[in-house]
Design a protein around this ligand. Structure first.
Ligand SMILES: [Zn+2]
Length: 55
């Protein structure tokens, strides 16, 4: 199922796609920070939202 990983602070789309990726990979890709607002990325459930993407 396509998924979307969004910064919980600014709404920046960190990842969107068909492939389910380990959140750690996304964190690593952005060096642990949201490229837009600089928020430290942590994938505990209250910090980022992972939602099914409906195109
Ligand atoms: Zn952000």
């Amino acid at each position: 199922m396509p998924q979307e990983i969004v910064c919980s602070r600014c709404g920046y789309v960190l990842y969107k796609g068909d492939v389910l990726k380990p959140p750690q990979d996304i964190v690593r890709k952005y060096n642990g920070r949201c490229p837009k607002c600089g928020k430290e990325l942590s994938f505990s459930p209250d910090r980022v939202k992972i939602t099914p993407y409906r195109g």
